[in-house]
Design a protein around this ligand. Structure first.
Ligand code: APR
Length: 235
């Protein structure tokens, strides 16, 4: 009997209990930094050093954090289901929790690539360099001689993996959304590609930017909500 397929869309809230700040909640990163300055393509062209410093700081924080029970529960679903995690997060906590199929929509904080200014070019595995938690500074150059830049999808850039993510959602038997305010497209619209008879669950302690009667909202933090979600799909 083939395993049922679960598509899991996650956002910053799933890593909140690992001590990583979210973006828009109280204490969120966008309360401290202007995303247009540190996470947009214009911000990069205006001040590369500021952007490199922001992601160096994120990597340093990531080096001190570890997967929480929600990451582990999502990875644990793979025992009984075919799970694909589609994450907006740039941390590596899903992989470190043991999830084996992770699609990063907004890039990965531990990776850098050449800033050769070619709009929307895809980058081969060998061009994308995993620097782990090491800082990367102005003057650190890629093999092709251009400045190394964060392997992040900045605001103002296309989302190369969105087609892959749409196919995963369209093919899923169950969809789970955990810890995202559903403010940012195209990620926020992904659930609309689920088949009509595919139940969509949302785990978030707060209201989110989208209300849709099709979505079953489990109003809990991720670690507790995962228990409730698993109970419901096992019913
Ligand atoms: N468990 C579950 N959800 C939580 C928890 C928790 N412990 N703590 C906070 N949340 C929820 C908040 O209620 C909020 O709905 O997580 C969500 C976080 O929302 P945002 O801060 O907007 O983060 P996210 O939705 O991931 O942002 C999407 O925006 O800035 C860009 O690229 C960035 O990927 C990011 C994208």
């Amino acid at each position: 009997m083939p395993k049922k397929k679960i598509a899991v869309l996650t956002g910053a809230g799933v890593s909140a209990e690992s001590g990583l700040a979210t973006f828009r909640g109280s204490g969120g990163l966008w309360g401290e930094y202007d995303p247009q300055e540190v996470a947009s393509i214009e911000g990069w062209y205006r001040n590369r050093e500021l952007v490199l410093g922001f992601y160096n700081q994120l990597r340093a924080q990531l080096s001190k954090s570890k997967p929480n029970a929600a990451h582990l529960a999502i990875a644990g679903l793979e025992k009984d289901y075919e799970v694909t995690v589609i994450t907006q997060n740039v941390d590596n906590l899903h992989e470190r929790a043991g999830s084996t199929r992770v699609i990063h929509l907004h890039g990965e904080a531990t990776k850098v690539r050449p800033e050769d200014g070619v709009y929307d070019r895809t980058y081969s595995e060998k061009e994308v360099i995993d620097v782990g938690y090491e800082p990367v500074c102005l003057g650190d150059l890629a093999p092709n001689g251009s400045q190394l830049r964060p392997h992040i999808v900045f605001f103002g850039e296309a989302v190369p993996n969105i087609e892959k993510a749409i196919d995963v959602v369209a093919d899923a038997d169950i969809m789970l959304i955990v810890g995202t305010s559903l403010n940012v497209y195209p990620a926020a619209g992904l659930y609309r590609y689920a088949k009509n008879n595919t139940p969509v669950y949302l785990i978030d302690p707060e209201d989110v930017a989208i209300y849709d009667p099709k979505i079953t909202h489990i109003r809990e933090v991720a670690t507790k909500g995962m228990d409730e979600f698993i109970r419901r799909i096992k019913e």
